[in-house]
Design a protein around this ligand. Structure first.
Ligand code: NDP
Length: 480
């Protein structure tokens, strides 16, 4: 299978190649086949992308918001029309099953373009009466934004970042993860087809160093990163040099708390969705599943039965429910956590094995707070089940982490659900469900999990700035 794009980069409205850049081989994780060969962006490519973005941004910001919105909505329509082909490309890029990529990845990206396209013309400032004089505010674009993506939801991330950025009149230079570089290029071509002027959405390929050189360029006004906490620290610090705005969507170790009175079928289903979807490679996953002692046995029994029925296999087969992990590096990392959990005394309920690039859906019970499995982000299909006795105890333990991305609660007692959510330190929470991230709802983390929000009306604030204008209505009263 070959998925070779026309060129490595998309700059200033067109494909661009510079074979001087280091080679990036794109591998289909299910077979190990090289499906495309790209080149990292050279300084010349990076410069062209930033120059193009800078040149195009002003005229774009000056357009009527309704015109900007119309182009974004047209891009959403094109994505939906090509849903099948785009999902196949996403599957080749990531190894995720077609069953998922058809409904989750690009469709969620199209939702973002439609939503922010519709929202663009609704953004207004305020008028502030000052007794004769008055002030008003304008919400203006920031300028050139850099987007840097992780490999787990490459096309969705490109859309989630570009949609609010473009809606507010910014330009973007986007660098996908070098592990999954293909989807963003398609998005760039779709934008041009939808009528986006050249230069407003550029894609440059490369490893961390390319991202780093984008972040420190004087032409850049904002950086939005989806990635790990260590990378977030570096990118945030580099952006701070130029006092640039940032959005940081980083990792998590999120608690999913299941009380005795929870609906068992739903709680088990949600715990599985919170750990096995995308083979567990989801930042907001509920990877610490706290189960109250009264339902522990029933929960684990049903979980084991259902987990063992998950169908692993060819991601292009619609019957396949779980594909390979994204890369051999990731498989090794996940297996080291599995082996470490066994060594530390966690009980293996099911799974624990690998077959090439595939890792079995794995459940550990009797995990304790101090085990590595309960502290570090695994990013694979590995669920840690911890026991708890009462509400105060579980809230304290759930919060005892430096991360704060997400949290979930399952209980039939709604007062308790709201009380517990109120006490949990996390940016994105769910009651009696898990991991649903509709574009209408702000998404992001607290503590080390991030700064800023994607999605929802809130995202517009992170891609714009307020200009305040004081209007003097009478003579100036000067003491000189
Ligand atoms: P990384 O942090 O390794 O990389 C993220 C991106 O940053 C990649 O494009 C990477 O390039 C780039 N990068 C690396 N170093 C630098 C640097 N110094 N300056 C600028 N850019 C740099 O994350 P992964 O790709 O491994 O993705 C997994 C992580 O992402 C997990 O920790 C997960 O929790 C997090 N994540 C968070 C989400 C959220 O919304 N909160 C959503 C999805 C994932 P390259 O890969 O080419 O080296």
């Amino acid at each position: 299978m070959i998925a070779q794009p026309k060129a490595s980069h998309f700059v200033n409205g067109d494909w661009m190649e510079d074979t001087d850049g280091a080679v990036i081989e794109v591998i289909y994780p299910a077979t190990g086949a090289v499906i495309a060969t790209l080149h990292e962006a050279t300084p010349a490519v990076i410069d062209a992308a930033l120059a193009g973005a800078k040149a195009a941004q002003g005229a774009w910001a000056a357009k009527k918001p309704v015109e900007r919105g119309r182009i974004l909505r047209r891009a959403a329509d094109l994505i939906r029309e090509r849903g099948d082909a785009l999902a196949r490309l996403e599957t080749l890029d990531t190894g995720k099953p077609l069953q998922e990529t058809l409904v989750a990845d690009w469709p969620s990206g199209a939702d973002a373009l439609e939503y922010f396209g519709g929202l663009a013309p609704t953004v207004t400032g305020e008028t502030i009466p000052l007794g004769g004089d008055f002030a008003y505010t304008l919400r203006e674009a920031l300028g050139v934004c850099v987007g840097i993506g992780a490999w787990n939801y490459p096309s969705q991330i490109a859309c989630w970042k570009s949609a609010p950025a473009l809606a507010m009149g910014n330009a973007m230079v986007f660098k996908p993860s070098e592990v999954t570089p293909l989807g963003a290029l398609e998005l760039a071509a779709i934008f041009i087809e939808a009528g986006l002027p050249a230069g407003l959405f550029n894609v440059v390929q490369g490893r961390g160093a390319v991202g780093a050189s984008l972040v420190t360029d004087a032409r850049v006004d904002k950086v939005s990163l989806t990635g790990s906490v260590p990378t977030g620290r570096k990118v945030y610090a580099a952006a701070a040099e130029g006092i640039r705005n940032v959005t940081m969507e980083l990792g998590g170790k999120s608690p999913l708390i299941i009380f005795n009175d929870a609906d068992l079928d739903s709680a088990v289903g949600a715990a599985m969705m919170a750990n096995f979807y995308s083979a567990g490679q989801v930042c907001s996953n509920g990877t610490r599943v706290f189960v109250q002692k009264g339902i522990k046995a029933a929960f684990l029994a049903q979980l084991k039965l259902r987990a063992e029925k998950i169908v692993l296999g060819d991601p292009m087969d619609m019957a396949t429910q779980m594909g390979p992990l994204v890369s051999a590096v990731q498989v090794d990392k996940v297996m080291s956590y599995v082996n470490g959990a066994v060594t530390q005394g966690a009980q293996l309920v099911t799974g624990g094995g690998r077959d090439g690039m595939f890792v079995q859906p794995t459940v550990f019970s009797d995990v304790t707070d101090d085990m590595v499995l309960a502290c570090e982000e695994v990013f694979g299909p590995v669920m840690a089940v911890l026991d708890f006795v009462d509400e105060d105890e579980v809230v304290t333990r759930a919060n005892d982490t430096d991360f704060g991305l997400a949290a979930g609660v399952f209980t039939a007692d709604l007062a308790r659900a709201h009380r517990v959510i109120g006490a949990l330190q996390a940016g994105t929470c769910w009651i009696n469900t898990y991991n649903l991230t509709p574009v209408e709802m702000p998404f992001g983390g607290s503590k080390l999990s991030g700064v800023g929000r994607e999605n929802g009306k809130a995202a517009l604030e992170y891609y714009s700035q307020i200009k305040s204008v004081y209007v003097g209505m009478g003579p100036v009263d000067a003491p000189y």
